[in-house]
Design a protein around this ligand. Structure first.
Ligand SMILES: Cc1ncc(COP(=O)(O)O)c(C=O)c1O
Length: 544
C-alpha cells in the first residue's frame, strides 16, 4: 500500500510538473492546459472518455446516421457524381488542433455517405460487392466497443471460443472438414490464399528440411505451383511474396467453360518433374472471379494427391454458394481439398475485412505455421482450449474480433435464411442471363454457374456480321464491339444508375454483373439493362 501511495504521489508530481512546463513553454496546447481542472487521483484532464450526456448525444447522432444509411433505398446513385478535385476540396482541412462541435462532424459524415460509392446499392454489380446486414453493422459497433485482440484464448477467451465456433459453422455451411476443421478468420481472400500457399510450401517440404528455419535455401529443386488462366491473381501474388517467384507459377489453360483442365494439369506437373522441379501446390477455384466457373474439384484432388501436391481451393468468391442446397452438387470434391479460402465479406454479407481459411488437417496446419513465437507470447496453459493460439495457424498476431458480426448474423437470421439469400442471388444471375439470351441487342459471353453473368452489348447489325463466314469481318466487328463495350461500361459506372465491371473473355470485352446482394430484385436487372442501352445510344451513335 505504502509503495503504491509513493508511486501515485510521484505520478501526481510528474504530471503537475509537465503541465507547468507546457504552460511556461507557451506551446499550442498551453492555453488549454491552463484551463484544465485536474485531480490526478480520480480524474485526468487528458482522459478521452465522455460524460453520460455527451455519450448519449454521440450515440444518438451515429445511430441516426447508421439507420438512415441502412434504410436509404435505391433512389441515390450507385456512384456519386464527383471528381477527385471536388472531394479533396470538400474534405481538406488542417489537422484540428482542438476538438470540433459534434454537429459539424455529423454534417461531414452525411457528406461522406453522399459522396461514397454505394457498395450495398441493389444495382451495384461490380467486382464482388455485398452489403453488410443490419445485424452485422451493429455487430461491428459491439466489436469496436469490446475491442478484443483475438490473439489466443488467453487474450480473448470468449472471442477465441466464438471464432473457433464460427469457423466450424462456416465449414459446416459449405460441407468442408469434419467435426473440427481447423482454421481462422483473415482480412480477406488474399490473406487466406497467402497463408494457404505458405502452408502448402512447408507441409510438402522433404522430411528434415526445416523450411521455417532455413527458408527457401533448403530447396534443392525450385518449388512450382499450378493455377489456371482464370485463377484470381492473389494466388500468384502469394508465390511472389513467399519468394517462390512468378516464373514458378504454371498457368494451365482452362476449358470452354473456364474450368481448369485436370488432364492439362497432370501433363504440366509431369513435365516439371522431368525438368527436375518440385511441384508442390495446385490452386483450384470454386467460383472464378471473372465468370464464377467451378473447377472439377474431385478430379483435381485426384491429380494433385496422386503426385503428392497440396490442393488449395480458392473459394473466396464462390464457396459460400455451397450453402444453397440447389448449388451444393456443383462443389463435389470440395471436402478433398487440403485447404479452402472463403470470404464471409463477399457472400455471407459480412462487413468488409472478413475472410476465412479452413484446413482439413489441424495437425498439418499447426506443424506448418506453429512454433517460432518468441518468449513474450509463450503460453503456459495446459488445457488444449486454453492453450489455443491463432498465431499457430496463420500470419497475424494482433487480430480484430471478426467473428462477432458473423456469429450474431447467423444466430439472428439462421443459416437457412442466409442460404436462401445466396440461392436467390444465383437465381437472379440466371434470370439476367435469360433476359440477355432472349434480347436482340445483348449477347451472353459465358455460362452462368453462380451469381455472375458476363454479357456484352451487340446490336442486331453487329450480330449478323459475327454470325457471317468472313473471318476478317468478324474480327473487325469484335474489335469494334470491344471498344464500344469499354465505353459503355465506363459510362454506366459514372452514370450512377447501376454499376457493372468489365472482363476480358478470350479477347471479348464483357460487361460483368456479379450479384451478391440480398437487396437486388428483378426490377434492378431490368433497370440495369436499360442503363446499358442508354449508354450504348450515347456513346455508339452512328457506329451501327
Ligand atoms: C476468387 C477470389 N480470390 C481471392 C480474392 C481476393 O479477395 P480479397 O479482396 O478479400 O483479398 C477475390 C476477390 O475478389 C476473389 O474473387
Amino acid at each position: 500500500m505504502g509503495k503504491l501511495e509513493t508511486k501515485s504521489a510521484r505520478v501526481e508530481g510528474g504530471l503537475a510538473e509537465s503541465q507547468e512546463r507546457q504552460r511556461r513553454a507557451g506551446g499550442p496546447l498551453a492555453e488549454s492546459q491552463e484551463r484544465r481542472r485536474y485531480d490526478a487521483r480520480s480524474h485526468r484532464a487528458s482522459s478521452l472518455d465522455l460524460d453520460p450526456a455527451a455519450l448519449h448525444e454521440l450515440a444518438q447522432a451515429f445511430v441516426s446516421l447508421t439507420n438512415g444509411h441502412l434504410t436509404r433505398g435505391s433512389e441515390g446513385p450507385v456512384f456519386p457524381d464527383v471528381s477527385g478535385a471536388m472531394l479533396r476540396e470538400a474534405f481538406d482541412q488542417p489537422l484540428p488542433e482542438e476538438g470540433e462541435p459534434l454537429p459539424n462532424i455529423v454534417d461531414d459524415c452525411h457528406a461522406l455517405l453522399a459522396t461514397s460509392r454505394d457498395g450495398g446499392h441493389p444495382r451495384m454489380f461490380g467486382y464482388v460487392s455485398s452489403p453488410a446486414t443490419p445485424v452485422g453493422v451493429y455487430g461491428s459497433l459491439l466489436t469496436g466497443a469490446l475491442d478484443a485482440n483475438v490473439v489466443a484464448w488467453r487474450s480473448a477467451p470468449a472471442a477465441t471460443t466464438i471464432e473457433r465456433l464460427v469457423v466450424r459453422w462456416l465449414g459446416e455451411l459449405v460441407g468442408y472438414g469434419g467435426a473440427e476443421p481447423a482454421g481462422l478468420l483473415t482480412s480477406g481472400g488474399s490473406m487466406s490464399n497467402l497463408s494457404a500457399v505458405l502452408m502448402a510450401l512447408r507441409a510438402t517440404a522433404p522430411p528434415g528440411a526445416d523450411p521455417a528455419r532455413r527458408g527457401l535455401w533448403y530447396q534443392g529443386r525450385p518449388p512450382t505451383m499450378y493455377v489456371s488462366d482464370q485463377t484470381h491473381f492473389s494466388s500468384s501474388k502469394a508465390a511472389e511474396v513467399l519468394g517462390v517467384g512468378r516464373d514458378q507459377v504454371r498457368v494451365v489453360p482452362s476449358d470452354d467453360g473456364y474450368r481448369l483442365d485436370p488432364r492439362a494439369l497432370d501433363e504440366a506437373i509431369a513435365l516439371d518433374l522431368r525438368r527436375g522441379l518440385r511441384p508442390f501446390c495446385v490452386v483450384a477455384s470454386s467460383g472464378t472471379v471473372t465468370t464464377g466457373a467451378i473447377d472439377p474439384l474431385a478430379e483435381l484432388a485426384r491429380v494433385a494427391h496422386a503426385r503428392g501436391l497440396w490442393l488449395h481451393v480458392d473459394g473466396a468468391y464462390g464457396a459460400l454458394a455451397a450453402a444453397a442446397p440447389e448449388k451444393r452438387h456443383l462443389f463435389a470434391g470440395l471436402a478433398e481439398a487440403d485447404s479452402l479460402s472463403l470470404d464471409p465479406h463477399k457472400w455471407l454479407y459480412g462487413p468488409v475485412g472478413c475472410g476465412c481459411l479452413l484446413v482439413r488437417d489441424p495437425a498439418v496446419a499447426r506443424d506448418a505455421l506453429g512454433g517460432g513465437a518468441n518468449y513474450v507470447v509463450k503460453i503456459f496453459e495446459e488445457d488444449p482450449d486454453e492453450a489455443f493460439a491463432f498465431f499457430d495457424y496463420g500470419i497475424e498476431l494482433s487480430r480484430p474480433f471478426r467473428a462477432l458480426s458473423l456469429w450474431l448474423m447467423l444466430r439472428y437470421y439462421g443459416a437457412r435464411r442466409v442460404a436462401d439469400a445466396i440461392g436467390d442471388d444465383c437465381a437472379l444471375a440466371e434470370c439476367l442471363a435469360e433476359r440477355v439470351r432472349t434480347s436482340d441487342d445483348f449477347e451472353l459471353l459465358a455460362p452462368v454457374t453462380l451469381g455472375i453473368c458476363c454479357f456484352r452489348y451487340a446490336p442486331p447489325a453487329s450480330r449478323r456480321v459475327l454470325a457471317g463466314g468472313d473471318e476478317a469481318a468478324r474480327a473487325a466487328e469484335n474489335e469494334r464491339l470491344n471498344a464500344l463495350n469499354e465505353k459503355i461500361v465506363h459510362r454506366v459506372q459514372r452514370g450512377g444508375r447501376a454499376y457493372l465491371s468489365n472482363a476480358n473473355l478470350r479477347g471479348r470485352v464483357a460487361l460483368r454483373a456479379s450479384i451478391t446482394n440480398y437487396r437486388t430484385t428483378i426490377e434492378d436487372l431490368d433497370l440495369t439493362l436499360e442503363a446499358v442501352r442508354e449508354a450504348a445510344r450515347e456513346v455508339g451513335e452512328g457506329a451501327y
